[in-house]
Design a protein around this ligand. Structure first.
Ligand code: AR6
Length: 184
């Protein structure tokens, strides 16, 4: 029995879940889109943690496809998982990079101890990927990752069996419809 996967239309910053995923950029220092909304709602504590991570662990920035966990400042969740999606406008068109974002984010959240996780449509905004392609990759990857049992990540071993819910939280009807179709 693996965790339930669902799609809702809404704002990821208000979700009552253990962890939310942020579609960040390599700098980890904030930006527009969902990244801007998450930093605005979390407050300065999140930026401080991200600054420290850059200094201590990622002096050259977080690579595309990787993920890292921080606390959540003033957000209702406990953890934010920052991942960097591929930027289609910069020629990053390899689906393996986006697969890595969703699988590594989910595994990192599980390693932190999250049982309920909300994810946005990484790369479907400023980074220019088609919503249908992101939806297909996201749903397939989350299904496969949940089914994979125990994973080993830089953060330790994660038990995907403990994950009860993965909720895709989408902005706008077009993206919501794409995820609903992909969920079948
Ligand atoms: N809740 C849920 N989804 C949202 C929210 C929100 N509050 N706000 C936007 N979206 P984007 P990317 C949707 O651009 O394409 C940033 O500047 C949005 O409509 O946030 O991975 C970063 O710092 C779209 O469907 O992320 C990077 O530089 C989806 O979230 C860059 O943008 C992703 O859009 C990352 O671009």
């Amino acid at each position: 029995m693996t965790g339930h996967i669902e799609a809702v239309e809404g704002d990821i910053t208000t979700q009552q879940v253990d962890a939310i995923v942020n579609a960040a950029n390599s700098s980890l220092l904030g930006g527009g889109g969902v990244d801007g909304a998450i930093h605005a709602a979390a407050g300065p504590a999140l930026l401080e943690e991200c600054r420290a991570l850059r200094q201590d662990s990622y002096p050259d920035g977080l690579p595309v496809g990787a993920a890292v966990v921080t606390g959540a400042g003033n957000l209702p969740c406990r953890w934010v998982v920052h991942t960097v999606g591929p930027n289609r406008h910069a020629g990053q068109t390899d689906p393996a990079l986006l697969i890595s974002c969703f699988s590594t984010s989910l595994s990192a959240a599980a390693c932190a101890g999250a049982r309920t996780i909300a994810m946005p449509a990484v790369s479907a905004g400023i980074y220019g990927w088609d919503a249908d392609e992101v939806a297909e990759i996201a749903v397939t990857t989350v299904r496969d990752t949940l089914a994979s049992g125990t994973v080993i990540t830089p953060y330790g071993d994660g038990d995907l069996g403990q994950v009860e819910l993965v909720r895709f939280v989408l902005f706008g009807a077009r993206t919501y419809d794409a995820f609903t179709r992909a969920l079948g």
